[in-house]
Every structure is written in structure tokens, then in C-alpha cells.
Design a protein around this ligand. Sequence first.
Ligand code: SF4
Length: 277
Amino acid sequence: MLKEAVTSLPEDVLSALKKAEKNERSEIARTQLRTILNNIDAADSMAVPMCQDTGIHVFFVSGRITPGIEDKIRAGTLRATNEIPLRPNAVHPLTRENPGTNVAEGLPYVVFHPSSADYTEITVMPKGAGSENMTALAMLTPSQGIKGIKKFILDTVVNAAGKPCPPIILGIGIGGTADEATALSKKALLRSLDQRNADQSVAELESDLYEALNMTGIGPMGLGGDTTTLGVNIEIAYCHTASLPVAVNLQCWAGRRATARIYADGTVEYLTRGGSE
Ligand code: SF4
């Protein structure tokens, strides 16, 4: 799954990039998008990572959770680091010592959502620092409302400018507690770009933000153009009547993720690119 994630993009992200290249009015922006698409093609056909920053690795595990699964994920990450290979990005936060393995205290980061399903579903999201470093959280007051939410998100994207390698994908978490909003903002990046939130008021905010962000003129790689974002996904949770937490997790054009399901008989179904074994 890690190899699939770092060498090829999910179909929804790839089509959003192709559509953007077709619709761009700026020559510089079109050149940037063409270069990105050529790079993706080359990575896919040569089975090498599409970006030198192969990220730190976030795993979402849902359904049937079997004992020892986290150890297996850590072992798989170590193997992928050696065999693909992946750049060893994980360092101690204070000493900056690098064990060279991408496996250390707290990494890979594994998020569990157990359910009664008879399979285990795993998604891996390699997350580069350029986009992750632009993450922002605001504890707004309820009176700031939807206007305040839009201003905070627009300010975050405008301040980030070219740093997160646009065109970006926005994962936004609204509500819950501060940590829940942040977790929701990353979870929002798992949803396909062509799916709107089922809640109509949230879906409208997704569309409004998508249009507004593409009018900022930041453009691909921050060099100007019509394409600043490929998609805006929002997840919500109910919150305290006195709170309005909003978190934004940015994802670069390399919106990498791969999902598979493992059934009780050992069959593995690859959901992102298809196929099973
Ligand atoms: S932000 Fe994304 S595209 Fe830019 S260097 Fe990092 S992983 Fe690569």
C-alpha cells in the first residue's frame, strides 16, 4: 500500500489535476500543471516516488481490529522504507536524531476506528512537511459564525501561499474539541474530491470555499493562476454551545493515499487502484 501511495495518485486527485490543466487561463500555471502531470506519469511508469518528500505515514484503521495490527503496520513501514525506498523523515523533535527507519515513538501515526465490520480497512496517507506545516487551528467564538470560518480559512491559505505546493486540497474540521477538530481536518482528506458532505449546509460551505480559494490567484506552486485548490472537504462534529473550533489541514498536489480491505480469510482487496490477492 505504501508503494502504491507514493508512486501513483488516486483517480479523483489525478482527474482534478487534469481538469485544472485543461481549464487554466494562465500560461505559467498550465506549464506548472503539465510538469506536475508529467512527473506523476514518470513516477507511475518507473514505480518510483512522485516526490522526494515521501512524508511521514498516517494510517487509518477501521472495522475489525485484530491484536498486534499496529506492530504489523510498523514492520510494514520499516520494510517499505528499506525496499521502495522511502526517505527516512522521522526525527526526535528536540535532538533531531534520525533513526533512519521512519519507525519511532509515535510514528507511524495510527488512528483506529473499530466497528463490527467483518473486515479490516486500512488507508495510508504519506504526509509531506510542506503542506503539514501549514496546518492551523482557531478557537472561534460562536458569534463569528460562518463569516468567521471563511475568513480564517482564506487567511490560512493566503498566508501559506506557495509553501504547501499548490494546487492544494483542504481538509477542514469544524466543531468538537480542539483536538477533535484537528483530527477531523485530517480525516476529511480521505474523502474523494468528487463527493460533497451529505449535510447540505456543510456541502454549500465546501462549494463556497472552493470558489473563493480559486479566486485568490495563488495558483500552481504559488506562481499565479486560476487553480489554487483541487478540492475542499469538510467534516463536522457538534460542539460546546460556547465554542466554534475550526482546523485546516492542507494537502499538496501530491494528495497521496491508498486503501485496502483485509478479510478474515486473508483476502486483500485494493480499493484505490483495484485488484485483490
Ligand atoms: S508539500 Fe507535497 S509536493 Fe511539496 S515537497 Fe512536500 S510532499 Fe512534495
